[in-house]
Design a protein around this ligand. Structure first.
Ligand code: 4AD
Ligand code: MG
Length: 477
């Protein structure tokens, strides 16, 4: 006899003898009805215990959180709310759960509380749905690239390069902290970090991905990246996962097409394969919306929003056009932007991005051709000499979902740029080699995976879409 999953059993509508299932008790009502979940689906299966034939001692051990092994029959359910249920013939308690101390009670817990119990929070419906979606999205991403001729490439986690030039890196050190090598002025010589070389945790696999794109053609990375920025927002993590495709002979327009097609395909995948979890999360959000004033409620439900993005063109707008729109706009009748854009060249703040996406265009927006001086050194300089072929994709409720660009493929222009920004050529000699030997137009982008999971699940805080969030306050577990 094979153990079935709850998902398998719920999909059956015939009477089945001798089934077996293992899982965790969500609730036990009236000494008779177990709601059992094993993680295979958002739904619990009802298991009906014959309390007259079951020992008192066993009944007492059927508590919320306990792991159980049930044998019985799958029958049509007498009660409402489910098609089938299990008539229990035998139940073995595999692992007890003390109802006095078990943190996950059968009631609504706050997300803050559940973050403190991150090791148990996937025992709740919300977090199990979110993490199943996270897994499904990962699969859909690999599937998309695999079906479109991309190679999956692993880029280093420990690296000597600062891909973004933003200096937000975690140092990796083999130095003896009690007795570090010193500079002449007495300060610690970090140049000695990694057996004689300065190293950090990667902020992006892009530069290494570029090297492989320039031989394998189409590659992508999907791995952890690290930013030592001390930002406590609901959209930033110190450790997050990034997907970075990089393609040879592709320009910025091709990059936009790729990103849009990719995102839509991923959304369609989960709409098709994760219906139950999405419906559960949608209902959760609708419940939350009910207590909000009418004006603050969202116009679309979660699934409607995903379908809308999957079915409609992303609006493509240049930075310069966006600035004109913003200069002539007020976020609402009374309020001005907190941060007013005085002139061309300023970086957009999240209030501006959200205005463009949520109020003005009401759809995802691809902003492109940013001023060179607010973007990274590797971006392709436009013929105007002041903008670069950068693109950011902004999503409703999220802000920046994707950042990418066409890369500077001209050796001399890149050298000039690095000189101007004081980036040492010796550190990126291999990167410059790509421009010396068989250089070509190429482009790519980075998608912040957790931001995608937030969008798909409707979760409001990035800490709730990654198993163990790393933020300035949180590095437990
Ligand atoms: O815009 P970013 O910094 O771009 C890069 O790193 C490029 N090298 C990517 C490339 O062209 N290959 O980061 C890309 C995306 C952002 O759009 C955002 O979604 C996400 O990564 N991201 C973060 N997500 C969570 N927490 C953080 N601290 C993040 N920083 C960036
Ligand atoms: Mg960015």
């Amino acid at each position: 006899m094979k153990t079935s999953t709850v998902a398998e059993l719920l999909s059956k509508d015939i009477k089945l003898h001798d089934i077996e299932v293992k899982g965790w008790v969500r609730t036990f009502r009236a000494n008779r009805f177990i709601a059992l979940n094993d993680g295979s689906t958002i739904h619990n299966i009802q298991c009906v215990v014959d309390f007259e034939k079951t020992e008192e001692a066993t009944l007492k051990r059927i508590t919320t959180g306990a792991a159980v092994h049930i044998k019985g029959e799958l029958v049509e359910s007498q009660g409402k709310g489910q098609q089938v249920e299990i008539q229990v013939k035998s139940i073995v308690i595999l692992g007890d759960s003390d109802p006095e101390t078990y943190p996950i009670q059968p009631k609504k817990h706050s997300f803050e509380f559940l973050r403190e119990n991150a090791h148990l929070r996937t025992r709740t419906s919300t977090f199990s749905a979110v993490m199943r979606l996270r897994s499904s999205l990962s699969f859909a991403i690999h599937k998309y690239f695999n079906e479109n001729g991309f190679y999956y490439m692993h880029t280093p986690i420990v690296t000597g390069s600062d891909a973004e030039g933003a200096g937000e890196m975690f140092r990796v050190s083999t130095l003896d902290s009690k007795n570090p090598p010193l500079n002449e002025d007495g300060s610690v010589n970090y140049k000695e970090d990694f057996f004689g070389k300065e190293t950090n945790l990667t902020v992006s696999g892009q530069l290494e991905a570029e090297t492989y794109a320039m031989s394998l053609g189409k590659v992508y990375t999907f791995g952890p990246t690290f930013r030592a920025e001390n930002s406590n927002t609901s959209r930033h993590l110190a450790e997050f996962w990034m997907i970075e495709p990089e393609v040879a002979f592709m320009d910025l327009a091709g990059n936009m097409d790729l990103a849009e097609d990719f995102l839509k395909s991923i959304l369609n995948y989960v709409l098709e394969h994760n219906k139950d979890d999405l419906e559960f999360l949608e209902a959760r959000l609708l419940d939350e919306e009910k207590v909000k004033p009418q004006a603050d409620r969202s116009e679309m439900s979660l699934i409607e929003k995903l379908k809308f993005v999957a079915d409609n063109h992303f609006k493509r707008v240049s930075y310069t056009e966006a600035i004109d729109i913003l200069k002539n706009s007020k976020p609402n009748k009374k309020k001005k932007f907190k941060y007013i854009i005085e002139e061309w060249g300023a970086d957009l703040q999240s209030e501006h991005e959200r205005f463009l996406v949520e109020k003005h265009f009401k759809c995802p927006v691809i902003l492109f051709d940013y001023p060179a001086n607010i973007k990274a050194f590797y971006m392709r300089l436009n013929e105007d000499g002041k903008t670069v072929r950068a693109m950011d994709i902004l999503f409703p409720g999220i802000g920046e979902m994707v950042g990418g660009s066409q890369r500077e493929e001209r050796l001399e222009v890149l050298r000039e740029k690095m000189k101007a920004l004081d980036i040492d050529e010796d550190e990126l000699w291999w990167y410059l080699d790509l421009r010396k030997y068989g250089t070509a137009v190429h482009s790519g982008f980075g998608l912040g995976f957790e931001r995608l999971v937030m969008f798909v699940t409707g979760m409001g805080n990035i800490r709730d879409v990654i198993p163990y969030p790393r933020t300035p306050q949180n590095a437990e577990f």
